[in-house]
Design a protein around this ligand. Structure first.
Ligand SMILES: Cc1cc2nc3c(=O)[nH]c(=O)nc-3n(C[C@H](O)[C@H](O)[C@H](O)COP(=O)(O)OP(=O)(O)OC[C@H]3O[C@@H](n4cnc5c(N)ncnc54)[C@H](O)[C@@H]3O)c2cc1C
Length: 292
């Protein structure tokens, strides 16, 4: 089923996000984890696109293989970093030929040694331009874009950021997937503001079941998510990493339970190429695994 139509049903749409592993051994391990994740029958799986287009081929390779092995709908992330408009067209043509259904259309982050995003000569400056290209030249793709419940770190304020999000939706995006967050109030406020602006596409929360206090701290630095300090304290009170991971699963289960009660249209799990935490959360929420 196409991603753009999956959200027309009554059930929350389940999706997972992978990243291209660095080594061949890790690639093999990834498919074992996807096999486990598949027992909960996701509607689609996505794969990220590395900084500077560094994982260009790997992204397409991994997501095509996931599609082939598990007969699941897939989407490739695509960023503007390091690509001219013709490079983007070329990637989209290859993705189309590979049977990829969706594109997560992103600007991308600046490379590590550069403080700000710089447009590639002959490329685009903002994600809405890529959405526009998709709508005009590749209308067969389902188009997903990023939303920020805690506001994108470069935006001067939440209102301007929402104007820019609306621009992506008006250009033709079918679904918004959010940056991970740990406080549901941030997501619910963001959703209300989107609705107030007339954004009508599904707004899907990005969920990361945290696995350790160290990981949480790193994530806070990486994506700017506000950290729940009581959760870090609860993790630090555990005697080992297993205990911390269990606390993380408990936290994510409660977070998702509350979001489902608030009628979210889907759940997008940042699985970090692992299956245990996400499958535990889904099982605790009563999602039924497919047997056999
Ligand atoms: C679900 C999700 C998946 C992601 N996957 C990847 C990935 O695979 N690879 C990767 O490198 N990164 C990924 N990221 C990170 C993302 O690339 C960064 O957050 C990046 O800094 C912004 O990307 P964007 O698509 O939101 O940009 P944009 O929508 O272009 O916004 C970037 C900034 O510019 C402002 N802005 C936007 N349009 C305009 C305009 N027309 N005029 C003026 N200002 C404007 C916005 O308010 C914002 O501050 C992902 C993020 C999310 C939430």
């Amino acid at each position: 089923m196409k991603i753009s139509t999956a959200f027309q049903g009554k059930m929350p749409v389940l999706s997972y996000e992978l990243f291209p592993p660095k080594t061949e051994t890790a690639v093999k391990g990834l498919y074992d984890h996807v096999q486990q994740l598949m027992t909960f029958q996701p509607s689609f799986i996505t794969c990220t696109y590395g900084a500077g287009g560094s994982t260009r081929n790997k992204t397409l390779e991994v997501i095509s293989e996931v599609r082939r092995r598990f007969s699941v709908t897939v989407a490739s992330h695509l960023t503007l970093v390091g690509s001219t408009i013709d490079d983007l067209r070329q990637y989209l043509t290859e993705a189309k030929e590979a049977g990829i259904d969706g594109i997560v259309a992103l600007r991308g982050d600046p490379p590590k040694n550069s403080p700000e995003f710089r447009m590639t000569p002959g490329g685009f400056q903002y994600a809405n331009q890529l959405v526009d290209l998709l709508a005009r030249e590749f209308p067969e793709f389902s188009v997903l874009v990023a939303g920020y419940p805690e506001t994108h770190r470069e935006a001067p304020n939440a209102e301007v950021d929402l104007d820019n999000l609306k621009r992506k939706v008006d250009a033709g995006a079918h679904v918004i997937v959010t940056q991970l967050f740990f406080e549901n109030q941030d997501f619910l406020r963001f959703r209300d503001r989107c609705w107030a602006r007339g954004i009508r596409v599904p707004i899907v929360p990005g969920i990361l079941p945290p696995q350790s206090a160290d990981q949480l701290t790193r994530l806070g630095q990486l994506c700017g998510a506000k950290l729940p300090h009581d959760l870090i304290e609860r993790m630090n009170a555990q005697s080992d990493l297993e205990g911390q991971a269990n606390v993380g699963v408990e936290f994510a289960t409660e977070q998702v339970r509350e979001l489902l009660a608030a009628d979210v249209p889907g759940l997008h799990f940042y699985v970090l190429n692992q299956s245990r935490a996400t499958t535990q959360v889904l099982a605790q929420l009563g999602f039924q695994p497919k047997l056999g």
